[in-house]
Design a protein around this ligand. Structure first.
Ligand SMILES: [Zn+2]
Length: 644
């Protein structure tokens, strides 16, 4: 039995109203287009009907992780319902919950594939077959749906399933000592514990975390039990699933990047809930490695499609970047948990980097097409990905309506629907303002209800205005995040310039707040040319443009083809201007660059450099936010631009 401590919770979504601004637009699209299109795709691919368990030999088999698609879709709908009640959404979920409830076996077991197709093989291949992963996503869906609607049916179903898993796994005689090849159930069991108060779920999560990578290796044992040679594991190494050594001996981010960030999230949860400083230090070490050596400027993770994951430090190719949408979603979740451990801005900087860039690029502006892989450069006829995760249209890499392995669309939908939960965090006497967007939020601090009304055009400019409303004068600290990209800021309280201490990246105002107190924050937001560490060989001689938290890219539709021939002089004047007509209103960056015209090339493929005159000509160029690329005419794209 482990001791448990109080951990700050994410704010209830219903208490955060996002009516206008950047995230209101994205949430409207998510609600009106993305979530309905995910439901439609799940319906026509029989992912929902599969819960009837009426598969017959000879028919196409349900996929082993269809359960998780349903779990994530339910979670996305639940978060959406919490802020925007919608009887149609609720009826759709209720119908599926009914099917899920009927699919539960008398002993509590719940899985489409292993009930309908291979009932004799339950729990026999934890390394590859995702049963516990599926359970985890259903648990997350159940908790979110209960919190949004108060309906307990699914929560009770998943609690019975968690009880079944708790009986089946553990160190005692007759139990399996295993854990899932694809982490997820660890963080989900913590959510189930938080929702039900049932401490066995927290203990079970800790068991899965600590059992991982122990010797004799469980994946070896179960492979031999199946009559297989463990050395024939297709991925060849248990680094793929972060089970190469016990988690407390791990110091770097390895393997499949989504699995990694789900595991690290579960570890951070256990560290926080059990006050486990050793495990927290492990998380910090891995965090440092991941964010300093293995993260794209977009918050994308995992350059390689071969393992859908990490390779080696500073290996960040652009055209081939896998950078799965799910990995950026998972990174946001882990970063938020690290913030709960350390209350440091650098974690929220990564939340922001991933949300505005690597997460949002995963969905089209209109909301019903998705990227699985998120490259940072695109060229015609270049597609380094398997066809199951990509689509080329007329030779161009474009978003797809759906994937056979459909992990990314509902993952993105649940993240966008829940983004308000990342705006604030309350810890004892401090209200942390982590992300900026228009909103009106009710918070409980120091026993009082405090309403914060925030007005801003962020991320397009850095002016943020808060009105604090309190029933009674209340003493608390308001901690405003000064983002890592911001090098100059100023602050006023009730119109009076105020200077404050900067604590772990937060400007902290401590006072007794009265009704209608006002705070104005100005974050200087110049266009920045970002360079990457010299060891990132793919970016040598290049810079990226960033404005506030937004990473920009150039596209062929604005700049013509052969973007590799464009170079940005070091002294080029760059201007950010708001374009009301593009993507609902965004800032674009314009300026003058130089272009080498390949039509002036004198002939053969290779030429002595001394014979060339390099006729560069000046061109006007335009860059748009990376997250909105591939929404207009197909063509090339680059984030990293040559500098001259
Ligand atoms: Zn995915």
């Amino acid at each position: 039995m482990v001791k448990s401590v109080q951990v700050p919770k994410l704010l209830p979504i219903k208490d955060i109203q996002i009516q206008e601004g950047f995230w209101a637009q994205r949430q409207n699209t998510n609600r009106n287009r993305t979530i309905p299109s995910i439901y439609h795709q799940m319906d026509i691919t029989v992912r929902l009907d599969a819960w009837r368990l009426d598969w017959k030999p000879g028919q196409p088999k349900p996929h082993i992780f269809w359960d998780s698609d349903a779990g994530k879709w339910i979670q996305a709908v639940a978060y959406s319902l919490a802020a925007h009640p919608n009887p149609e959404f609720e009826a759709q979920v209720d119908a599926v919950v009914d099917l899920i409830e009927k699919a539960q076996q008398p002993d509590g077991y719940l899985n489409i594939y292993y009930t309908a197709v291979e009932p004799e093989n339950r729990w026999r291949n934890l390394r590859d077959r995702h049963e516990l992963y599926d359970a985890g996503h259903l648990m997350e869906g159940a908790v979110a749906y209960y919190q949004a609607t108060g309906k307990r049916e699914l929560l009770d179903v998943l609690s019975r399933y968690a009880d079944h898993i708790d009986r089946r796994f553990g160190p005692n005689e007759g139990q399996k000592r295993g854990y899932c090849g694809h982490p997820e159930v660890e963080l989900a069991l913590v959510k189930l514990y938080e929702a039900t108060g049932e401490k066995r779920y927290l203990n079970l999560s800790k068991y899965f975390v600590d059992e991982r990578g122990q010797q004799p290796h469980y994946f070896d044992l179960e492979a031999r039990e199946r009559g297989e040679d463990p050395r024939e594991f297709w991925a060849k190494t248990y680094r793929y699933c972060q089970a190469h050594v016990p988690v407390r001996e791990q110091t770097t981010a390895v393997g499949h990047s989504v699995r990694a960030c789900y595991l690290y999230s579960g570890m951070a949860d256990i560290a926080a809930h059990t006050d486990d400083t050793e495990l927290a230090d492990v998380c910090r070490s891995i965090w440092e490695d991941l964010t300093q050596h293995q993260m794209y400027i977009t918050g994308g993770l995992g350059p390689a499609h071969s393992n859908e994951g990490f390779t080696f430090p500073y290996d960040l190719p652009n055209e081939e970047a896998y950078a799965e949408t799910c990995a950026s979603v998972a990174l946001v979740g882990w970063a938020q948990r690290m913030f709960h451990l350390d209350s440091d801005r650098r974690y929220i900087d990564v939340v922001e980097r991933a949300l505005y860039n690597g997460v949002l690029s995963g969905v089209s502006f209109e909301g019903s097409h998705f990227f699985y892989a998120n490259p940072l450069a695109a060229y015609p006829n270049v597609n380094p990905y398997p066809t199951s995760t990509s689509v080329l249209t007329d030779g161009h890499y474009r978003r797809s309506e759906w994937f056979e392995c459909a992990c990314c669309p509902p993952n993105l939908a649940r993240m966008v629907a829940s983004v308000g939960q990342y705006f604030y965090s309350v810890k004892s006497d401090t209200v942390y303002v982590n992300l900026y967007n228009q909103n009106r939020t009710n918070l409980q601090v120091q026993g009082s209800t405090v309403q914060i009304d925030e007005q801003t055009n962020y991320p397009w400019d850095g002016d943020v205005h808060f009105t604090i409303n309190t029933e009674n004068p209340t003493q608390f600290k308001l901690a405003l995040r000064i983002p890592g990209w911001c090098r100059d800021f100023n602050l006023a309280v009730n119109g009076k310039p105020t200077s404050t201490d900067l604590i772990h990246g937060y400007s902290v105002i401590s006072r007794e707040w009265a009704n209608s107190d006002e705070v104005t924050l100005h974050l200087a937001m110049p266009i920045e040319r970002i360079a990457s560490h010299p060891d990132v060989r793919q970016n040598a001689g290049c810079i990226a443009l960033q404005h506030g938290p937004i990473v920009y890219c150039v596209e062929e539709v604005d700049n013509g083809p052969q973007l590799a021939n464009i170079a940005l002089p070091r002294d080029a004047q760059l201007t950010a201007k708001f374009d009301n007509d593009l993507f609902g209103g965004i800032s674009v960056i314009t300026g003058e660059a130089m272009r080498l015209d390949p039509r002036t090339w004198p002939g053969d493929l290779y030429q002595p450099q001394s014979a060339l005159t390099y006729p560069h000509s000046p061109i006007s160029f335009k860059a748009i936010p990376y997250c909105f690329w591939a929404n207009r005419q197909p063509g090339e794209m680059r984030v990293w631009i040559h500098e001259s």
